[in-house]
Design a binder for this molecule. Sequence first.
Ligand SMILES: [Fe+2]
Ligand SMILES: [Fe+2]
Length: 399
Amino acid sequence: MSDPVRVLTTLAKALSAMGLYTPGHPAREKALDVAYEELSSLQGRDPYAQFSFLGDEVVYGQSALREMGAWDWGRKLAAAGVQRLEFVDVVSREEYGEFLADLLARMAPAPGAPGASTAEARHARRQGIRFGAIGIRGEGAPAPTEAPRLERAAGAVAYDLGDEADAVRWMHDEVATRGELPLMEAEAVVRSLAVAMHGDSQMVLPLVHMKEFDQYTTTHSLNVSVLTMALAEHLALPARDVRAFGVAGLLHDLGKVRIPKEILVKPGKLDEQERAVMQRHPVDGARIIIASDKNLDLAAVVAYEHHIMLDGGGYPKPHFGRCCHHASELVHVCDVYDALRTHRPYRAAWESAKALGYIEERAGTEFEPKVATAFVEMVRSWDERVATAEGTLAKTEQS
Ligand SMILES: [Fe+2]
Ligand SMILES: [Fe+2]
């Protein structure tokens, strides 16, 4: 059994013992000792151990713990609002004990007590331990009416993406105020989107609809991430690339946190100076990403290249002609499609068919032709399924 697996199994045993015995009981203290020993030994090797629990998946750092597939406690933790667990400093036994007691309280709240809200959970921090939720709302927490939603055929609401949107907004705030990218949060959002995407084979167009203009950057990031992953899958890329492209899609406009709000939400046309500020976001984004984590070089490349056209147009201007990374080609198409489909202060949202026509027309000049064709084909098949589903729905309503 590997160290991280032992940490989790002893954590679960300690939680069980804590559910059965009162503080100070030898059986409870013994289970805590064992759990703490395992954690200390793991922290000796990996002081910043990170776990995520999502669906049937338990992830340690970057890799799924296969032997923990369908681990019951993973699901329980996730359902209690703990989908990620992150050790950021050496933890004392006392701190670990308190943390586990807290977990237990979240999993079995006192009757009548409201479930912990996600935002509260996300920001709950001990010195050495952070934990929080992605994608699952604590029981009892009312769903905000403005929460963006994933929709499927015929407009039926499939998923509430309020938590992912919160997470992205929080991530942008962190970058804007502290200059640090909370990578774990970003990866958890992408994992959660991937799960939502595959959660229902009937789901057709998993796009988030914007309710207010200031949600633009958030909803746009989520949409580009989902579209990029769907396109990568459509192109039969390996699963690892699909996720990595999804992270790149989520972070492609990160540099916009440096753009003053007046320019970002300006209703009219930008003047030359404002446009220059706007066009700095690819370079700024790439810098922020690379400064946060060197392993995110793909996301940094995509942030840098996502406005560069196939024929060299766009921005930033490359110093010499070169091809963009395949991930940038995918994100570029998805970015333009989502932007066109969105209502902006200066123009109405385009119909899907019109946006697809635009992409087709510019395949070979702005867009890499194979990527553009695959994208158009994929979205058309979704649109057809939506139309069929709507037709069926209308007939059922009539009869
Ligand atoms: Fe952009
Ligand atoms: Fe964008």
